[in-house]
Design a protein around this ligand. Structure first.
Ligand code: GDP
Ligand code: MG
Length: 741
């Protein structure tokens, strides 16, 4: 207990740690003078020194910990140093760092800040650092490590007294302040750490004594000392250790490497990011391969163009390479559809199968290759370590909207799917940043919106379709920026918390990890086709088929008969044997077919308008009318609320004309029969881009914000914004077209 000493002074216990040869002993002696007690640590022969100083009305006890490079349990020294911090809970912990050897020394610091405590970072050998031309920004380093930084030259006694002031200051003021800074180990590891933490928290006693995050990280590292501790002290130890083993196995499989290496890599990545932010070298630069690459890729001027290039490559691969397998799948589906229409008699089931299920699910299935390729690219970005650099490069731009580069990672992931992207915001420590990042994420155009873009842009913009689609992606990013800034200024006012962007070394991604990620995506997509999209297609088909229309406004059968008769008459009148006989006959037959088809189509249209879905469409018509959408687009947007791909299925059903031809046919009907113009079609796509992505994303927002308020807010602002933007496009576009033509 922190009782009163014999002099009635309050006692502060301070532990001094650091790498061997960082000058610990020198500083310890300087601080404590001759008032030292030398002995051994309990039970072992490692030297223990303690010294007491009276200063500022306190009695400060310094304990010189054994010098270590790390706090894993590899050596006795490490275990002693660590146990002292964990068990004795000193009031203040000083880490002596050799400023001339920052990178290596920070490895210990980074592990210390994972534990609970108040830290002071003493950058000793400041003279050496200066000689080497190392310039360190003290305040920045302090805020990124979240503890005061003091420069000292131990053997000359320079700066040592500042340590005493800092000790008292931190003891008096900041004891209750919680720490936000820690190394973030990347999504895959963080997920496992969270799982272990939640098992640890099942034992209510542990969080009182230990940082659960620290314990979880140690378990991922398979730290024998921590395992032993848990076995002794926790009633939950078996479930905790089981989870830890499961997590280690999973990580080993995904990365093909020992989890402890991954953790070490990520710590060095943190340090690398830290050094890049706070240290400049005046004289010569130490470079290894990763740093050499980083000098180019994270360069102030060409970093952004390089990033834009990689994103461009990502979309090229997705669309260009994806178009081949897309064609194959399309032919397979057409083949099946034709086969069925050939063997099955006309009627209810045939229509359900072909117009409902195959046109609904098949229309979406052809996008599987695009989606897998997009995820392949994203997982390559992640696994090589490029994603971290992208975050680093965009950091300055993201500051414009009051966010960090880290939020950019979740934005790129949003191109794949907003659900994992929203979950990836867990690596952001600050709650406000997290919610803001979650709110703007749905503006990143996910892969589910792609089928709609391809269909509608293909129908209306011909060879320009690609550019129009790309403009949607860009619009999403720009809107995210603008909205982000707006929300930051109004809803989330306040400082952004300092943090370090990890720059882990580049890695060649393992085939296994890439395949695992793609396989996981494929399973999710196929499951979605088998559930949401299948059910959605069937439901929409039913809603379009019932109630059956018995009486029509016109007698379509009579009309058909009239046409038949008319052409039979015309055909008879052709002069047999005239030189253009064959040509004319063919022409007349074609006209006859087209006439009959258009009557059949008119009949189906009337039936659909009479059906449930038609009535639903009329109900929502007023809402969409100002945007130039017909009731069909309105219905499609409503069903798209469940999943964006369903929009394609819905349009397939609503515009299918009873014929068996699909595919490009649908885009033909859209162009010719929907009443959309290129301008309103683009407005439609913009609406699809902006409004709520899908039910699953809403659920993810709810889960991650833990707030109904933000969930509803997110839905509301997106629909409103979508309507406004679509409206503006219709107005401006309409104005421009009248202006030009
Ligand atoms: P420890 O192993 O961490 O206890 O390190 P020591 O205190 O034994 O110091 C190692 C060596 O570094 C000694 O020769 C010290 O005189 C020297 N030293 C300590 N602090 C400084 C400093 O700030 N600048 C320089 N140039 N040398 C220092
Ligand atoms: Mg020493």
């Amino acid at each position: 207990m922190r009782g009163r000493s014999e002099n009635d002074l309050k006692k502060i216990v301070v532990a001094i740690g650091g790498n061997p040869n960082s000058g610990k002993t020198t500083i310890f002696n300087e601080l404590t003078g001759s008032r030292q007690k030398v002995g051994n640590w309990g039970g072992v022969t490692v030297e223990k020194k303690e010294g007491r100083v009276k200063y500022g009305g306190y009695s400060i006890v310094f304990v010189d910990l054994p010098g270590t490079y790390s706090l894993s349990a590899y050596s006795l020294e490490e275990i002693i140093a660590r146990n002292f911090i964990v068990n004795e809970k000193p009031d203040v912990i000083i880490d002596i760092i050799d400023a001339g050897n920052l990178e290596r020394n920070l490895y210990l610091a980074v592990q210390m800040i994972e534990m609970r405590g108040n830290f002071i970072f003493v950058l000793n050998m400041a003279d050496m650092a200066e000689k080497m031309g190392v310039i360190i920004e003290r305040d920045k380093l302090g805020s990124l490590l979240s503890g005061p930084v003091i420069f000292t030259v131990g053997n000359k006694g320079i700066g040592v007294k500042d340590i005493l002031d800092a000790v008292i200051h931190i003891y008096e003021g900041e004891e209750t302040k919680s720490r936000h800074i820690h190394v973030s180990y990347g999504n895959e590891l963080e997920e496992e750490i969270k799982k272990i933490q939640s098992k640890i928290r099942a034992d209510k006693n542990i969080p009182l004594h230990y940082s659960t995050r620290w314990l979880a990280v140690k378990l991922v590292e398979n730290d024998p000392d921590v395992i032993e501790k848990l076995e002794k002290e926790s009633n939950q130890s078996s479930s905790i250790i089981k989870q830890a083993e499961k997590s280690r196995n999973h990580l080993g499989k995904v990365f093909d490497d020992e989890p402890e290496h991954l953790i070490a890599d990520q710590r060095y990545g943190f340090i690398s990011g830290l050094l890049r932010e706070c240290v400049t070298l005046k004289i010569k630069e130490r470079v290894d391969i990763s740093q050499k690459i980083d000098k180019i890729i994270t360069n102030r001027f060409i970093g952004i163009p390089i990033l834009v290039f990689f994103i461009w490559v990502m979309f090229q691969v997705t669309f260009k390479v994806g178009s081949y397998p897309m064609g194959w799948i399309d032919s397979v589906i057409n083949f099946i559809s034709m086969g069925i229409s050939y063997i099955m008699p006309d009627g209810f089931f045939k229509s359900l199968l072909i117009d409902g299920i195959i046109s609904g699910v098949g229309g979406v299935a052809i996008f599987l290759p695009n989606i897998l390729l997009l995820f392949l690219m994203i997982s390559l970005f992640e696994d090589t370590g490029y994603m971290a650099r992208a975050a680093f490069v965009t950091d300055r731009i993201m500051h414009l909207i009051g966010l960090h580069g880290k939020s950019f990672i979740s934005m790129i992931m949003g191109f794949g799917c907003n659900v994992p992207a929203i979950m990836s915001t867990r690596t952001l420590e600050n709650e406000k940043d997290r919610i803001l990042t979650i709110l703007i994420n749905p503006l990143m155009s996910c892969s589910a919106r792609l089928p709609v873009y391809v269909l509608v842009a293909g129908a209306f913009f011909g060879t320009n379709a690609g550019n129009m689609i790309f403009s949607l992606y860009i619009m999403g990013i720009i809107l995210a920026m603008v909205i982000g800034r707006l929300f930051r200024k109004t809803l989330f006012r306040g400082e952004t918390a300092p943090f370090v962007m990890e720059l882990p070394p580049y890695r060649i991604p393992t085939m296994k990890s890439v395949l695992i990620h793609m396989w996981e995506r494929a399973v999710i997509f196929i499951r979605k086709m088998g559930t949401v999209i299948l059910v959605g297609s069937i439901v929409i088909w039913f809603l379009g088929f019932f109630p059956e229309k018995k009486e029509y406004s016109t007698d379509y059968e009579l009309e058909k008969k009239k046409i038949s008769e008319h052409y039979t008459y015309e055909l008879k009148n052709l002069v047999l044997g005239s030189e253009r006989y064959d040509q004319q006959k063919e022409k007349l037959l074609k006209e006859k077919d087209a006439g009959i088809q258009s009557i059949e189509r008119a009949k189906t249209q009337e039936a659909i308008a009479f059906s449930f879905i038609g009535r639903m469409g009329r109900a929502v018509e007023p809402f969409f009318k100002p945007l130039g959408f017909s009731w069909r687009e309105g219905v499609a947007l409503i069903t798209g609320f469940f999943a964006k791909e369903v929009i394609v299925s819905t349009m397939g059903v609503l515009y299918s004309s009873g014929g068996n031809e699909k595919g490009q046919e649908l885009s033909y009907f859209l162009r010719e029969k929907s009443g959309l113009t290129p301008v309103t079609a683009y407005a439609f796509l913009v609406f699809v881009l902006i409004y709520t992505p899908c039910l699953a994303s809403i659920m993810a927002v709810k889960q991650e914000t833990k707030s109904f308020k933000w969930t509803f807010f997110s839905i509301f602002y997106q629909i409103t914004l979508a309507w406004i933007m679509a409206f503006l496009i219709v107005r401006i576009g309409g104005f421009l077209t009248t202006f030009i033509t």
